[in-house]
Design a protein around this ligand. Sequence first.
Ligand code: P1T
Length: 379
Amino acid sequence: MKFATKAIHAGIEPDPSSGAIMTPIFQTSTYVQEAPGKHKGFEYARTQNPTRDVLQNNLAAIENGKFGLCFASGLAATDSIIKLLSNGDEVISSDDVYGGTYRLFNKVFERLGIRSVFTPLTDARTLSNFITPKTKMVWLETPSNPMMSIIDIAAIAQIAHDAGMMVVVDNTFASPYLQNPLEAGADIVVHSVTKYLSGHSDVVMGAIVTNHADIYEQLKFLQNACGAVPSPHDCFLALRGIKTLHLRMERHCENAARMADFLVSHPKVEDVYYPGLLNHPNHEIAKKQMRGFGGMISFTLKGNRMEDALRVLSGTKLFSLAESLGGVESLIGHPASMTHASIPKEEREKRGLLDSLIRLSVGVEDADDLMADLEQAIG
Ligand code: P1T
C-alpha cells in the first residue's frame, strides 16, 4: 500500500457496532468485565483504549514500522524512551535539538544519573570519538530544530550498532511522509504528534514507532506504568489530521521552497537555513534520506542585530508569532527567547543559534500572500 492509502485506511475499520466510517471516540475511563479477568481486551483506559489502538496502528503503518505507541506529548514520549536506560548509562545526542528535549536530558535525567553528551553528528564519523563503555543510545534530531541540520541516519546507525547502541530519531520536522528513519536503520522513531501529524494546532501528543518487539514491550510497560497517555478525543483528532498529511506536506514543501528562494535573494537577509537549498552544507544527505525538504526555515538578517529580528517578528500579519510548528497556518518564532530559551546562551551560540535567528513554520496558505507578508515585515 502506498503512503496516501495507508494514511487514510491503515489500521482503520468501520465501527462494528454501527458501521461508522470514522473511528468512534471511546470516551470512557473503564470497561465492564463479565467476571474478574474475563473481558474484551480492555480493562482500564490508561492501559488500553480502542481509539488510541487505531491511532497507534495507523502511526506504525505510515512509519513503515510494526509497533506504535502514543503519549500525552512529544516530551512524554521522549521521557519514556530515556526510561529504557538505567542509572550510569550515557546518551550521545545531536547538539541541535528542541529546547525541551535538551532540558529533559540535562535537567531531569542528568540528575537521575543518565548523562548526555551533545555533539553535531553531521559528520557521522565523529560519533566514535564520544563512545564510552557506558554509552547505550544515540539520539538524533534530523532535520534539527531550529538550525535545520541534517544527519546521515544510515551512517550513524552502522557505527552505533557496531558498538551495541540503539539509535533513536526524532522525526517531527520531516514527518513520516518525507522520511522513515526505521528504514535507514534507526531502532526507534519519536514524534511530536502536536506538529505535522495532527497538523491543525489543536492537539498536544507524542508517538513512538519501532520494529523491535522487545523494545515495544518495554515502552508499552512504561506507557502504562508512568501513565502519560493521550485522551481519546485527541487520538480522534490526530487520526483525522493524518488523513491529509500527504496533501499538507506537499504544500508545506512547495511553499517553504518558495520562501527560502525569496529569502536567499533578499538584500537584507544574511543566512538562510533550509535543507532544500543547494548550498545547505548537508543538502546531499537530505536528498538521499528525505523525499522532500519540509516546511521549516530559519534565517538571520544582515548585521545580526536582535532589534532588527524583533521588528520582523512583530511585523508579520499572516505569519503569527507563536511557539510550535507544523499546522496549516504559518508561524514565526524567535528560538532564543521562545522554543530554545532553556538552553544557555553560550551553548546556543556554539550551535549557531544566535539571538538574531528567526524561525518560520511555513503553512499551506497561498505562497504569494506569504511572500508579500515577509516582504513587508523585512522591509
Ligand atoms: O511539544 P511536544 O509535543 O511535547 O513535543 C516536543 C518536541 C519534540 N521534538 C521536536 C523536534 C519538537 O520540535 C518538539 C516541540 N517543539 C516546539 C514546541 C517548537 O516550537 O519547536
